[in-house]
Design a protein around this ligand. Structure first.
Ligand SMILES: Nc1ncnc2c1ncn2[C@@H]1O[C@H](COP(=O)(O)OP(=O)(O)OP(=O)(O)O)[C@@H](O)[C@H]1O
Length: 251
């Protein structure tokens, strides 16, 4: 069953048709990669899914409900959580304090700024945040200043913060961009573990083919704002049109 269904989506920026006739069907519990050359429209499409942009045409249905016209916050509450290219964490707070923020938001519907002492007195929140840090293998970094961590650990924390919102669909926008190979491999392992152990669907935009082919069980190739093909990784690898449009370029 598809958890996300995009039909006939188009988006124009002035004279530029960034997306046209986009169809995308993401199966529940799959890892679905969206790839394509620079400027193909991947980020524009992602922004249409999370309410940051409103498409000019078409529909976006999540779990049978339209996301169009809803705010990013409402879409997040529906069960879609997004991980950005640059980790969105609070550098001045500790790892634990960062993790407590989405735990509050999940419980209260929205995060209200609590004093740190108030946060720490909320037993259920502390327990949930601790459990998430355990799951993310970050319990030993609990008291660390978030800003002082490696890029890979910041990404790990951010992914954990998204999971604390208990989303059904996790959207990742180039999660390994700018990472050293060791951090990239750690992120691949983390995402594999999340996909295996949780009832969650992952959609990922990624330039790094090693990441794409390590994780995805379905791939959509966008070229010039339109889907070129959607298939399994094996067929995508062997597809000459894809090679020409993208893989050849990526090496
Ligand atoms: N807000 C905007 N205003 C005008 N043009 C835009 C805007 N956002 C994106 N574009 C243009 O739309 C096209 C698609 O851009 P988009 O960022 O979606 O591509 P992409 O596939 O994500 O590229 P990349 O892989 O380089 O991140 C590009 O030509 C881009 O310059």
């Amino acid at each position: 069953m598809a958890i996300l269904e995009v039909k006939d989506v188009g988006k124009r920026f002035g004279g530029l048709q960034a997306l046209s006739d986009v169809q995308l069907s993401v199966k529940e519990n799959s890892v679905h990669a969206i790839i394509g050359p620079n400027g193909a429209g991947k980020s524009t499409l992602l922004n249409c899914l999370v309410g940051k942009l409103i498409p000019d045409t078409g529909s976006v249905m999540f779990d049978g409900q339209s996301v169009l016209g809803r705010s990013p916050h409402e879409i997040n509450q529906m069960g879609i959580s997004r991980v950005f290219q640059t980790p969105e964490i609070f550098g001045d707070l500790s790892v634990m304090e960062n993790m407590m923020i989405p735990c509050f938001a999940r419980r209260d519907g929205a995060f209200r700024m609590h004093a740190i002492e108030d946060m720490m007195s909320e037993k259920d929140i502390v327990e949930k945040a601790e459990a998430m840090l355990e799951d993310m293998n970050m319990a030993d970094k609990r008291e660390m200043h978030a800003a002082s961590m490696s890029r890979g650990d910041k990404r790990r924390l951010e992914i954990g913060m998204c999971l604390a919102q208990e989303p059904r669909l996790l959207l990742l926008d180039e999660p390994t961009a700018g990472m050293a190979r060791a951090d990239t491999n750690n992120t691949i392992d983390l995402l594999k573990q999340i996909s295996d152990e949780r009832d969650i669907t992952i959609a990922i935009i990624e330039h790094d083919m090693h990441v794409v082919f390590s994780l995805a069980n379905r791939i959509t190739v966008l070229a010039q704002g339109t889907p070129l093909v959607e298939d399994n990784p094996e067929n995508i690898r062997g597809n000459p049109k894809v090679r020409e449009a993208y893989l050849g370029e990526a090496g």
